[in-house]
Design a protein around this ligand. Structure first.
Ligand SMILES: CN1c2c(nc(N)[nH]c2=O)NC[C@@H]1CNc1ccc(C(=O)N[C@@H](CCC(=O)N[C@@H](CCC(=O)N[C@@H](CCC(=O)O)C(=O)O)C(=O)O)C(=O)O)cc1
Ligand SMILES: N[C@@H](CCS)C(=O)O
Ligand SMILES: [Zn+2]
Length: 781
């Protein structure tokens, strides 16, 4: 084991997509076949080199392990799966004789190919990042394939850096995994801990041999009480894994990071383990107050890494308070370092790139690079004393005070309207009354629909880019979008869908579009954040009180409705999702902000109804995402989140069919909340997990309309009609046909037209076949 001290300042990870999304462009070019693997590798290496240099320039050390090696081509959980040889059987054909997977194979596992479905994708804790779910069975043959990790470390050394490799830790890896198909009932991936840990030990030995002084193992699963595993088992797993890893002679020093919340009861076993440093999220969690004597003694001999700079948000924040919290840890250990609370993966690169943002707003913000600089400042303060950073602390406090009193932050008219709300504003007519009133929609059994967006083609994106650059007038742009809407309506009519959508071509993003039209938000030019794989979003900044100066969607929806006799769904993004996918003010409860957004949406729904729109979808895909990881915090969250949806939709007439859409598969976790939304129809993701969710739906007694997805839109593969039919048959076996809707898992914006049309044709064919089966008279025995 090495005797290197932990660096005084570090970050848990850095954005890897590139300041101008260079990695996205390179990866997508590789997929399109316009560059080869060597070129992709070269561009990625360039990006990693630029990142190291940038981090050093911002104040992290070149040779003290303070720079994390946190690059990934697609996803860090997939990287861990590949590194430990956890390749599902259907993809083992991609391995060479030595069991290695090349870049093309890596992306195939992420994206699927032919009949081989990709790994399932799901939300990474309470963030808008999505990871790939490893599949682990009793026979998964763990074996180390660390070539990439070692090569990246060596690449850094060759450039004069001693970096800190970052990996998903073994406990979190298994807790996030799902049982492989065919695993016996009751099998849990964590059952394989004893087989996995030696592979991690081998990896640590190889890293040590390569010269690594420290390694970071991320164990965010330890802070989450929502992990579907008895807590005792999680705590035992920590002890087992880190006793083994820490007891190995030949290894780098181990830093276990626990981002996204407080460690709580996971702290004692971690403290007891023979590891050298523990990362505490002091933004979401709190410092351990009076630990038991054994834990206190153990902590005294470890480095405590104080995660006091928020990795999840973009506010410059209260730097003096952050310093105090880090400094306070010195009562527990003489070795205290400062870091971000989570990886900076969740924030954009650099606020200095935002020349269009108001200068006053900019002074309140810190993106990744500013946060690295904040870490460096606090580290200096820890090393040299508070006086040495007094000026920086005072400047941050002054910005905070300026923000509190700035115009637009508190708008009396918005606050008065909120204060006047009454219980009746949160409820619609009784469900049965609504069902009767909505019969006039005249829908067939198993109505077919899509989730809203149709493919965002290069032409659409280019038109918008030209509008932004001033090369297209507003009128010309609107004309092009209307043409696209007409094409989408005609296509849906030809396909035979029942409830149509306008296709959302005019939306750059389902949240940013609304943020650009609402008061209280600002949007960035380059503030890209990775959402999954090569896909990024530009979260808007919700800095002030929110209101709607004018209708936002009515023009597009009414135009689409004017083209067809079939109902066209109005399409809005719900308050919780608008908050979840924006950077939200942290100076008032989220529930207050959500209700402001809800009132703006409520007015929009009223305007859509007045314009003749009879079906309105309010998307809430992020309802699960914001669910607090601590069970005790969940009821209050569900109260305000569900309440804000009900406030948004509560003014809709009984005859207006309100849909909602939630695209993740963990339906069971928030089933009661979804029921309480009281939407007439709810569409959810189900295809990627092969309709597993219908069990939850039927056992929960969910009795409103429900559309479990039959097409995994995250993958380029086209499901066959037979496959869709099998999914639908599974659904009708458990859900009354009168309540069942047929739809894809999510919107089609990321898909191309060829695969979209083929998939929708198969969906329609399968629906007709299942309708015919339902219509067959049951023969008397
Ligand atoms: C449904 N999901 C969403 C989440 N979060 C959101 N904020 N939005 C979501 O839709 N979280 C959960 C899931 C995650 N899924 C996705 C799915 C798809 C994307 C995606 O497609 N992202 C796009 C960027 C979308 C966008 O903002 N487009 C803009 C800008 C387009 C652009 O890059 N323009 C080019 C120029 C164009 C040209 O000349 O060809 C440029 O600026 O350089 C737009 O359409 O105007 C992506 O490309 O990654 C994200 C999350
Ligand atoms: N209406 C949106 C929902 C995505 S979650 C879409 O179809 O893209
Ligand atoms: Zn969705």
């Amino acid at each position: 084991m090495t005797a290197h001290a932990f660096p005084t300042g570090t970050i848990l990870g850095y954005p890897r997509i590139g300041r101008r999304r260079e990695l996205k462009r390179a990866v997508e070019a590789f997929w399109a076949g316009t560059i080869d693997a060597a070129e992709l590798e070269a561009r990625a290496a360039e990006l990693r080199a630029a990142t190291r240099e940038r981090l050093a320039a911002l104040g992290l050390g070149r040779d003290d392990s303070s720079i994390p090696e946190s690059f990934s081509y697609y996803d860090q959980v997939l990287d861990a799966a590949i590194a430990v040889g956890a390749v599902p059987e259907r993809f083992q054909r991609l391995q060479d004789d030595a069991g290695r997977i090349d870049l093309a194979g890596y992306f195939t596992i992420a994206r699927g190919e032919g009949d081989d479905a990709p790994l399932e994708m799901t939300k990474w804790f309470d963030s808008n990042y999505h990871y790939l779910v490893p599949e682990i069975g009793p026979d998964t043959a763990f074996a180390l394939h660390a070539d990439r990790i070692l090569a990246e470390f060596a690449e850094a050394r060759a450039a004069g850096f001693l970096t800190r490799p970052v990996l998903v830790g073994p406990v979190t890896f298994l807790l996030l995994a799902k049982a492989a198909e065919g695993a016996p009932d009751g099998f849990r991936p964590i059952d394989r801990l004893d087989d996995l840990v030696p592979v991690y030990a081998e990896l640590l030995a190889e890293l040590r041999a390569a010269g690594a002084a420290w390694v970071q193992l991320d164990e965010p699963a330890l802070v989450s009480e929502s992990i579907d595993e008895p807590r005792d088992r999680v705590l035992d797993a920590i002890g087992v894994a880190y006793d083994v890893l820490g007891s190995a002679e030949d290894r780098p020093a181990i830093f276990v990071a626990a981002p996204y919340g407080a460690l709580g009861d996971a702290l004692p076993p971690l403290a007891a383990a023979p590891i050298e440093a523990i990362g505490l999220d002091l933004v979401r969690g709190t410092a351990p107050e009076r630990p038991d004597p054994a834990t206190e003694e153990s902590l005294a001999s470890k480095t405590l890494v104080a995660g006091v700079i928020d990795g999840h948000n973009i506010w410059r924040g209260d730097l003096a308070h952050a310093f105090e919290r880090a400094d306070a840890l010195r009562s527990l250990s003489s070795e205290v370092a400062v870091s971000t609370s989570t990886s900076l993966l969740h924030v954009p690169h650099d606020v200095d790139d935002e020349s269009d943002l108001d200068a006053r707003l900019v002074s309140w913000l810190a993106f990744a690079d500013q946060k690295v600089a904040q870490v460096a400042t606090l580290a200096r303060g820890l090393a040299e004393g508070r006086e040495s950073i007094e000026g920086d602390l005072d400047a941050a406090s002054a910005a905070l005070a300026d923000r509190a009193g700035a115009p637009g932050v508190r708008v009396p008219a918005v606050r008065d309207r909120l204060a006047a709300l009454a219980d009746r504003d949160f409820s619609r007519a009784a469900y049965d009354e609504r069902v009767a009133a909505q019969e006039s929609l005249d829908l067939p059994e198993l109505p077919t629909t899509t989730i809203g967006s149709f493919p965002q083609t290069g032409d659409i994106r280019r038109a918008r880019a030209r509008l932004v650059k001033g090369e297209l007038s507003d009128g010309e742009y609107r004309g092009l979008m209307r043409e696209e809407i007409e094409r989408v309506i005609r296509l849906q009519e030809e396909l035979g869908l029942d409830v149509l959508v306008h296709g959302e071509p005019e939306r750059n993003d389902m949240v940013q579009y609304f943020a650009e039209l609402l008061d209280g938000f600002a949007v960035t030019q380059h503030g890209w954040v990775q959402s999954y794989g090569s896909r990024c979003t530009r979260p808007s900044i919700l800095w002030g009180d929110v209101s709607r100066p004018a209708p936002m969607t009515v023009e597009w929806s009414t135009y689409a409705q004017s083209l067809t006799g079939k109902p066209v769904k109005g399409m809005l993004t719900g308050p919780v999702t608008i908050l979840a996918w924006s950077f939200v003010r942290d100076d008032q409860p989220l529930g207050d902000t959500a209700r402001q957004v809800a009132l703006a949406l409520r007015d929009e729904i009223g305007d859509l109804e007045s314009a003749g729109i009879r079906v309105i979808q309010v998307d809430e895909p992020a309802l699960r995402e914001l669910l607090p990881l601590k069970l005790a915090d969940q009821p209050a969250y569900l109260d305000w989140s569900v309440g804000s949806f009900r406030l948004a939709t509560g003014g809709a007439a009984a005859a207006t069919q309100v849909h909602t859409h939630l695209c993740y598969s963990e339906f069971g976790v928030v089933i009661d909340a979804i029921r309480n939304l009281d939407a007439d129809v709810t569409s959810i993701e189900a295809a990627r997990s092969r309709m597993e969710v219908v069990d939850d739906i039927s056992t929960s007694g969910f009795d409103h309309g429900i559309g479990p997805g039959v097409y995994d839109i995250h993958s380029p593969r086209v499901p066959s009609a037979a496959e869709v039919q099998a999914l639908l048959e599974r659904a009708v076996a458990e859900i009354p046909a009168s309540k069942l809707w047929v739809n894809p898992d999510c919107g089609l914006k990321t898909r191309g037209y060829d695969e979209t049309v083929a998939s929708l044709e198969h969906i329609i064919e399968a629906t007709r076949a299942v309708r015919a089966e339902l219509a067959e008279p049951v023969l008397a025995e």
